[in-house]
Design a binder for this molecule. Sequence first.
Ligand code: RNT
Ligand code: ZN
Length: 412
Amino acid sequence: MNRFESAKEIYSALGIDAEAALAKLADVTVSVHCWQGDDVGGFDGDDALSGGIQTTGNYPGKARTPDELMADIDKAFSLIPGKKKLNLHACYAIFDGNRADRDALKPEHFAKWVEYAKARNIGIDFNPTFFSHAMVKDGLTLSSPDEEVRKFWVEHGKRCVELSDYFAKETGYPCVMNIWIPDGYKDIPADRLSPRLRFKKSLDEILATPYDKSRVFITLESKVFGIGLESYTVGSAEFCLSYSTKAGIVPLMDNGHYHPTELVSDKISSLLAFNEKIALHITRGVRWDSDHVVLFDDETKEIAKEIVRNDALDRVFIATDYFDASINRISAWVTGVRNVQKALLFAMLQPDAKMKQLQDKADFTSLMVLSEEAKTLHFGDIWAEFLNRQKVESDYLNIIKEYEEKVLVNRK
Ligand code: RNT
Ligand code: ZN
């Protein structure tokens, strides 16, 4: 008996169907963020990264052009099992001499990405880029008191809704468009309400753009603070959740965007109780919203469990969002996305029904023992079988090192 067959039997003795788990995982789509490949740089200008987010490290090999980024994404995707989507930001527009500002972006500026996605039969998710641009005034965009600034960013949002519709139509896959603004203040504001009311008005204006709601899902991402925006963010958790519910759009939680002792795994069920769809940015904060590579750690597993045991795989848009420039960027992609998938598989191999019963019977002793037991079953062999069936190498490090030597180190 091979290792998988024997692991399958061990799970089966606990009433867990490993074959069913493998089939289920093969059907889950993870939206992979393009911005790991070039440190959130983009191609539409030379503005430094702003918005209170930061990529640290200077590992060689950052993608400098669309062709390099596409080649790197191909490399990463060849080492990531399962279904993937490409998550793009508006700043990744490809101009080819046909420059346009953010308020005038058109499908032609993304035609190369559409061609790329179509050739690989994958969908595209999208994000307006409300940062790294001269029209960010005093740290504000959609909430700016300067009407010219606010309007510029509203127009950007509208263009992005149109682009999302174009991506969905062209690729045949739904497009998730996520709105996140960095707006906020370093120090204690004198007026917390007015910026939020302006943000609300701006969102209403953006959402008035016609789009096909059956194929474009607009999400709104909240945040508690950013670098240089420590005291106040306009798009706080309460604001974004209330707005999403009222406007009928999809709330998005990024697990780096809460106080360090708050856990997104505990929030998912509350959102599922009130929303048909929810969205996640899976990342890893270390002391702050540092966007470290996702690991196979407790919180990632707990997030995955909340999706799986609540039977919500078709209700949660799962995306990754991190950017590490201190290690090989392709390895960062592969390790992080594989860990999201690993956590989902792990969640699919839990004795959920039994554990729920124990909870309802208030038998917390048995519950603790069983859930500890489930942690050390032969999970690695089931994961190895998934890689095997998906025909991706389990040992990706050597392949990535080879690519680094042949391709990445030549990028000076
Ligand atoms: C920032 C948000 C946002 C960005 C990307 C680049 O804190 O998490 O999602 O990371 O849009
Ligand atoms: Zn995010």
